[in-house]
Design a protein around this ligand. Structure first.
Ligand SMILES: Nc1ncnc2c1ncn2[C@@H]1O[C@H](COP(=O)(O)OP(=O)(O)OP(=O)(O)O)[C@@H](O)[C@H]1O
Ligand SMILES: [Mg+2]
Length: 301
């Protein structure tokens, strides 16, 4: 019998809180999940359930007031384990002495130091809002060339450009040379989104976090993009977290799926079982399945 390999990413008991005008709100409440090498973890859940924040925590991008206040995030790469949240300050004062606050500057400094070597080649994200994620002052080509160079530092200038144009064609942008020379404001929303996907994929990260990457794209393009994500995974030792409102996309890509609600994971299920309507489903998962005309099976009360 072969031992199950250690997951590439393991998140345990993650807690994220924010201070709002209505007081402190716990928006991620003890979330645990893991991602295996070569596999896709699908994340489903209603709006505001904490999907994006859970993945931003993995990327070291949750704002620090108070932000991540508990949990562990372990990254295992090539047999080296790194506890990403270890020794980071979570809170600095007690509730009865006013609002709980982190020392923001110290937090930011420590986070930057810990995550900077990981951003890019180890972990990369495709975010929900393409325009905000692209640099308005750089052409798409300059940003894409940077990604290609990060993944293949030995390429010459022309080879880099060639690779960039290939990536633009792969995300179904039909005039790669024009897009390469364009700024984000010169492209449509859908084009920006595809450019952003190309920029992320070109880095060839070990862990790709895709947060609703196909929202707003035409159905035909969506399918092609989802297949491209799957192709990326075919390269060994890669892993992906894929957030989507589209249960069919998640079922197509993921082996394991978590379903979130109100900051908690309400269900962890194998994609196979969901597809086959096997097992007892959480009522919320059942509504997602029913809405997509998929077999619901038995519903837990
Ligand atoms: N910086 C912040 N300050 C205060 N509350 C926040 C902040 N960022 C997120 N939240 C709250 O945390 C909750 C979870 O947000 P998150 O973005 O993770 O949801 P989501 O599941 O990704 O939703 P969607 O499907 O709409 O993208 C929401 O209620 C949101 O309003
Ligand atoms: Mg989100």
């Amino acid at each position: 019998m072969t031992a199950t390999p250690e997951p590439m990413l393991q998140v345990s008991d993650l807690v994220i809180e924010f201070d709002t005008s209505a007081g402190r709100r716990r928006v991620v409440d003890g979330v645990s999940f893991s991602v295996q090498q070569g596999e896709v973890l699908g994340i489903l859940g209603e709006s505001g359930s904490g999907k994006t924040l859970s993945t931003l925590a993995v990327l070291g991008l949750v704002p620090g007031r108070p932000g991540v206040v508990g949990g562990r995030i372990d990254l295992v790469l090539d047999d080296r384990r790194e506890a990403l949240l270890a020794d980071l300050p979570t809170v600095v004062s007690t509730p009865n002495r006013g609002p709980v606050r982190k020392d923001d500057r110290r937090w930011n400094r420590l986070v930057q130091r810990r995550w900077r070597p990981l951003w890019g080649r180890v972990m990369t994200a495709v975010f929900q809002n393409p325009r905000q994620s692209l640099d308005p002052l750089m052409t798409i080509g300059a940003q894409l060339d940077e990604s290609v160079r990060l993944a293949e530092p030995t390429l010459g200038r022309l080879e880099v450009r060639g690779r960039s144009l290939d990536w633009l064609a792969r995300v179904k942008l039909h005039e790669p040379a024009r897009v390469h020379a364009s700024y984000a404001h010169e492209l449509s929303g859908g084009m920006c989104q595809r450019a952003m996907i190309a920029i992320a994929l070109a880095r060839q990260p070990r862990l790709l976090i895709a947060d609703e990457p196909t929202t707003g794209l035409d159905t035909t393009v969506r399918q092609e993009i989802v297949e491209l994500f799957q192709e990326l995974l075919a390269a060994e030792r890669r892993a992906m977290m894929y957030i989507s409102h589209d249960i069919r996309e998640v079922l197509f890509l993921a082996r394991e799926i978590i379903v979130m609600r109100h900051g908690r994971i309400v269900e962890v299920v194998a994609a196979e079982d969901l597809k086959a309507g096997r097992g007892r489903r959480h009522p919320y998962t059942a509504t997602l399945l029913a809405a997509a005309d998929l077999p619901v099976g038995e519903v837990a009360s």
